[in-house]
Write a protein that binds this ligand. Sequence first.
Ligand code: SF4
Length: 231
Amino acid sequence: MRQDSDLVAWEQLCREVIGCRACPRLVRWREAVACQPRRAFAQETYWARPLPGFGDLEAQILLCGLAPAAHGGNRTGRMFTGDRSGDFLYRCLYQAGLASQPFSKSRDDGLQLRGCYITAIVRCAPPGNRPSPQEMDQCLAYLVRELALLKKVRLIVALGQFAWNGVLRALQQLNFHVRPRPRFRHGSEVALGPYILLGSYHPSQQNTFTGKLTETMLISIFRRAQELIKS
Ligand code: SF4
């Protein structure tokens, strides 16, 4: 994203995302959660809006998650910030040299991503972490635009099956597709046009607390991503 026009278009996209109210169920939920903060966050004002992408606009590696967490990103206003999944993720990004610090607490904590950009399929926190197919369809247009603007991205890490399927659909809309549709598994690699899609288990507590995804495993995914963009 070297051209000023691209930066202007990205900033415009962020403004559109933040102001979006296209999914009535998710708008109600994100705002209702903000009215009932967890005790630990009772003194905070929740973001309670959609989340734009975050990171290095010259990135070659893009990470894509499912959607913000109700008391994480929906509270802090930044992807994977303020919840256990994010704590795990940023420790691993830091270990792989992709983040300037091993934590992400708030939008003004000084964190910088290095060669890496983080986004999600759905930008509003969904009830039960489950957006509907219609909500996913509605929100996917933002990812398509983001991918078109982030011209240096070559490697996409899909965090979980939902993100994997969403990224495949976004790439299809950009006319990059493969048949049959590749199946998600941890460590899957698929070449699609100029991109390589790399699958990883999502750093949810369900996966990290059970040992299905360890920090070593996720750091290995990031190291593999770094290898692939050099080859
Ligand atoms: S999920 Fe996406 S499309 Fe739906 S309201 Fe939020 S930002 Fe808009």
